[in-house]
Design a protein around this ligand. Structure first.
Ligand SMILES: *[C@@H]1O[C@H](CO)[C@@H](O)[C@H](O)[C@H]1NC(C)=O
Ligand SMILES: *[C@@H]1O[C@H](CO)[C@@H](O)[C@H](O)[C@H]1NC(C)=O
Ligand SMILES: *[C@@H]1O[C@H](CO)[C@@H](O)[C@H](O)[C@H]1NC(C)=O
Ligand SMILES: *[C@@H]1O[C@H](CO)[C@@H](O)[C@H](O)[C@H]1NC(C)=O
Ligand SMILES: *[C@@H]1O[C@H](CO)[C@@H](O)[C@H](O)[C@H]1NC(C)=O
Ligand SMILES: *[C@@H]1O[C@H](CO)[C@@H](O)[C@H](O)[C@H]1NC(C)=O
Ligand SMILES: *[C@@H]1O[C@H](CO)[C@@H](O)[C@H](O)[C@H]1NC(C)=O
Ligand SMILES: *[C@@H]1O[C@H](CO)[C@@H](O)[C@H](O)[C@H]1NC(C)=O
Ligand SMILES: *[C@@H]1O[C@H](CO)[C@@H](O)[C@H](O)[C@H]1NC(C)=O
Length: 819
């Protein structure tokens, strides 16, 4: 019982609270009018009767200060539709809006004279009027008006309205144009910066003569809407957007010339969205409610480019149609300090777009940014600067604007060029294949064998299979005279237990690798090639014969292969100690690799590479050198695996991007990653990265510094420059075992290997002689390396299409190993 009465009383209480709060809400919401003598202070608001607009003192959330704006805002957007005091911030919460008994509408605040929005004294005789018959109302359209109501309430006279003083926002029904009777101009003007409502550089005007809308930057026409035809302007975006239709109207008479618009709502469109056109501080005009661009004057550089409304103005001779500024997160860096300078302009009335225009005018300027944190003032980078995006160095990376060359009509050809090359090459390859095909047919016809080429191949393969099967998987010396054997699929299946998951050793760039045991007891590693190599079986076999002839103690030995339907498998000798990454990047296993072993590994890899590059008959470029491709034998001697794969897969590369095998992020040299150029020097670059990993015991992509990712090359370079290279050493695992000089030498050689310019990198024979010279022969001093982390690295002012190609390469990459 008691419980029950308690519940009832508390329910009553809740009911009362809810009711009273509803009442309060209602009371607050209903207020859309100021009567004579009323005031509005920082804790009260007017709300339009439809509830969409709010009028009051708002603290700008963007600018982190105590200043407030008397503003009208649409409740759903974070945009101020109108601001009474854009040039005079008011100290929060001191602002009070007052409607005087004698028809003066003004803002009083501490720290300044009152701001008078409307005062009757100047324009009319006040003493005669009844003091109570005028009101200020916030209308449903977002217009705040002061009007005089005749005593019977029948006629109303408009005294003042906020729509006559647009800020950076055009609401439906607002006018742009000129009132001839008073000379008053309705015009939008952008904010100074995105956080400061102060009048900025851009204006949007209605040109009554041309019947065009125009965006000007400090008086220069940047953009024009073009003529109005078929219910739309030539250059106003969006062209026929389904969801956004405007009803434009213009009025021209002796009193006024103006433009205004409303939004046409579809019948099925139940949303009652308002529309707001906002002119941003960068010169972009967009419909804020639907985030749709109306005009992009921020993209205008003074060339009259078709279809965007950009206007023409005088250009400096050094700039071209293709040049644009891009915004990117990164930093400017230089290799030659001599011609790289920075300048600044501390004028706080300048904002980003002014800096952009100034940089454009100055032929030395390659990039800019604002000077102060509040986005005013300018900083310019002139001369030999290079913008590097996304990554760090040790200088902080921020949003910067850099000059670049966009892909223009002529650039579009450049973009098409690879496609053309690929198709031409494709056709040539097809023709060649046809010729080979007919040649082979003729040959087989002549030799009296009527079978096709495929039959020949199968015959050939079966013969060798039989020879293996006949001795029941025993190793035989009948290895086709090439040291290469053909394994039957059945023997491979039984050796790997049907490619069971327990037998899987890992997943390489070219497919999974399985451990197997032949009937003879010999351990093998079977690599299943991930996709068709684009070669016929015969070519595949011939290629393998060539590769099997590469024999060096630092290369993994290829024992044979197996072809089954579409599948191709390579059979290698088995390496009991897995791959280098297994030890290197593990803190406990890393202990097994003391400096002596590490140095042996470095040297062994170098010897293996030298053999591939120089002494082998084939001159193989590995193209995918990395820690996981270095296998270790029982003595921890390194053996390079996957060499020659590039040869097997080259046929494919011509066919399509999708099957392309290129290499691995972080190990790719910049010229290879960016331009697809590879040479033995690309392998040298990968070797340099690998060497750094061996020294540090860390993956090349494992460097994090505060908020940004560093790659190993950038990290090593910074430490080298600072002379604190000992920090680089894998101190936990290397202990005291390292030989200081040898380590320094290795570091220096690896920095030489990752130099930006391929020609500057040493060859593998240089590397070996530098590594093995124990006496203190001075090594060349490395210069700034290429920091390629896989993110865009863009040279300021240089063709951007290159970097785009690089991203294509990067994503068709076979091997994003997540280790
Ligand atoms: C605003 O006015 C109300 C009522 O007059 C008052 O209670 C409140 O303290 C005022 N707020 C400020 C910030 O002055
Ligand atoms: C805002 O006002 C508070 C209290 O008046 C003051 O402590 C603070 O420093 C002011 N902040 C700024 C940015 O002026
Ligand atoms: C201004 O203040 C009102 C009431 O607190 C809020 O609803 C509105 O979103 C604010 N406007 C802006 C642009 O912050
Ligand atoms: C009315 O206007 C006069 C002169 O413009 C001014 O001196 C007076 O203070 C105003 N009255 C009120 C109540 O503000
Ligand atoms: C205002 O009205 C008073 C009396 O009605 C008259 O004496 C005065 O001249 C008028 N002033 C103006 C500026 O019209
Ligand atoms: C466009 O606006 C004009 C004037 O504001 C109005 O008369 C007309 O009905 C509107 N048309 C549509 C389709 O909304
Ligand atoms: C630096 O500029 C001068 C003249 O402006 C030029 O002669 C010189 O070659 C430039 N040096 C470099 C390193 O670009
Ligand atoms: C600062 O820039 C503004 C806008 O371009 C310009 O009007 C003003 O004269 C400049 N002030 C100085 C001191 O240069
Ligand atoms: C921006 O910061 C500078 C320097 O701190 C100051 O002089 C200037 O008034 C600020 N401008 C704006 C719009 O906040």
């Amino acid at each position: 019982m008691r419980l029950y009465s308690n519940m009832v009383s508390s329910l009553k209480l809740i009911f009362l609270i809810v009711l009273s709060s509803l009442w309060n809400c209602h009371a607050a919401a209903s207020r859309d009018t100021l009567k004579p003598g009323d005031t509005l202070n920082s804790s009260s608001f007017l709300v339009s009767s439809n509830g969409k607009f709010i009028f009051g003192f708002n603290v700008s959330e963007k600018s982190n200060s105590n200043s407030s704006y008397l503003s009208i805002s649409w409740e759903k957007s974070q945009n101020f539709a109108w601001i009474a005091n854009r040039d005079t911030p008011i100290l929060y919460p001191s602002g009070v809006l007052t409607l005087d008994k004698n028809k003066t509408l003004k803002i009083t605040h501490t720290g300044g004279d009152p701001l008078v929005l409307y005062s009757a004294a100047a324009s009319e005789n006040t003493s005669s009027s009844n003091p109570s018959n005028f009101v200020a109302t916030l209308l449903d359209s977002g217009n705040f008006i002061l009007q005089e109501v005749s005593s019977d309430g029948s006629t109303k006279q408009l005294l003042w309205q906020s729509f006559d003083y647009p800020g950076d926002t055009l609401l439906p029904g607002m006018k742009l144009g000129v009132k001839h009777t008073t000379g008053h101009i309705w015009s939008l003007s952008s904010w100074l910066t995105e956080n400061s409502a102060e009048r900025g550089a851009f204006t949007l005007d209605w040109d009554p003569e041309g019947h065009e809308l125009k965006i000007k930057r400090r008086g220069v026409v940047y953009w024009s809407s073009g003529v109005f035809r078929n219910k739309r302007f030539q250059f106003i975006l969006p062209h026929g957007s389904k969801h956004l239709k405007y009803n434009f109207s213009f009025v021209s008479n002796e009193n006024e010339d103006y433009f205004t618009y409303t939004r046409i709502l579809d019948d099925d469109d139940q949303s009652d969205e308002v529309s707001e056109w906002v002119l941003t501080s960068l010169g972009r005009l967009l419909d804020m409610t639907s985030k749709v661009d109306i005009a992009r004057a921020d993209n205008c550089y003074g060339y009259n480019t078709p279809d965007d409304g950009c206007q023409t103005w005088r250009q400096p001779s050094c700039r071209h149609l293709d040049n644009t500024f891009e915004e990117g997160n990164g930093y400017f860096d230089t290799t030659t300090i001599s011609n790289a300078t920075t300048t600044s302009d501390p004028n706080t009335s300048l904002s980003t777009n002014d800096c952009k225009a100034a940089c454009w005018e100055n032929c030395d300027c390659v990039g800019f940014n604002f000077l102060f944190d509040n986005q005013t003032g300018c900083k310019f980078w002139n001369g030999n600067w290079e913008f590097t995006q996304g990554l760090s160095g040790y200088s902080s990376s921020t949003n910067l604007y850099f000059l670049t060359t966009k892909i223009s009509p002529s650039g579009a050809n450049k973009r098409l060029r690879p496609i053309i090359i690929v198709s031409v090459v494709g056709i040539v390859v097809l023709l060649l294949l046809c010729i080979v095909w007919f040649g082979l047919r003729r040959k087989s016809a002549i030799s009296g064998k009527n079978g096709t080429r495929i039959e020949n191949e199968l015959l050939d393969l079966m013969k060798s299979d039989r020879s293996i099967d006949s001795v029941e998987g025993h190793e035989n010396d009948g290895n086709m005279g090439h040291g290469l054997r053909v394994f039957s699929y059945a023997s491979v299946l039984s050796a790997t237990c049907n490619f069971s998951a327990e037998n899987k050793l890992g997943e390489g760039g070219f497919g999974p690798v399985y451990k197997g045991k032949l009937i003879t007891g010999r351990d093998i590693a079977v690599k299943k090639l991930s996709r068709r190599s684009g070669q016929g079986t015969l070519e595949f076999k011939n290629e393998l014969i060539l590769i099997s002839e590469l024999q060096h103690k630092n290369l993994v030995r290829l024992l044979g292969f197996c072809v089954h339907c579409e599948e191709r498998m390579l059979i290698y000798e088995y390496m009991p100690n897995k791959s280098l990454d297994f030890f290197l990047f593990d803190s406990s296993r890393g202990l097994l690799l003391d400096w002596k072993k590490r140095f042996n590994i470095i040297e062994g890899i170098a010897q293996g590479l030298l053999y591939l590059h120089k002494y082998s008959r084939l001159r193989v470029i590995h193209r995918d050198l990395k820690a996981s491709n270095i296998l270790l034998d029982e003595n921890m001697s390194p053996k390079i695996s996957d060499f020659g794969m590039a040869r097997i897969f080259t046929g494919d590369e011509l066919e399509a991007n999708t099957n392309r095998i290129v290499g691995t992020y972080g190990y790719m040299s910049p010229e290879y990653a960016m331009e697809g150029i590879f040479s033995i020097k690309s392998d040298v670059y990968s070797f340099g990265v690998l060497m750094l990993e061996i020294i540090c015991g860390r993956k090349n992509n494992s460097f994090y510094n505060a908020d940004r990712v560093l790659n190993i090359v950038g990290y090593a370079w910074e430490l080298w420059k600072q002379g604190s290279w000992l920090e680089l050493m894998d101190s936990t695992t290397l202990g005291d075992s390292f030989v200081r000089d040898q380590l320094l030498r290795c570091l220096q050689v690896s920095l030489l290997c990752v130099e930006e310019n391929a020609a500057d990198r040493p060859t593998m024979s240089d590397v070996i002689s530098m590594l093995t010279k124990t006496e203190s022969v001075p090594l060349p001093i490395p210069t700034k390396p290429a920091f390629f982390t896989g993110r865009k690295s863009v040279r300021a002012g240089v063709d951007r299409s290159e970097s785009e190609i690089s991203s294509v390469n990067a994503f068709s990459n076979s091997d994003f190993v997540a280790r």
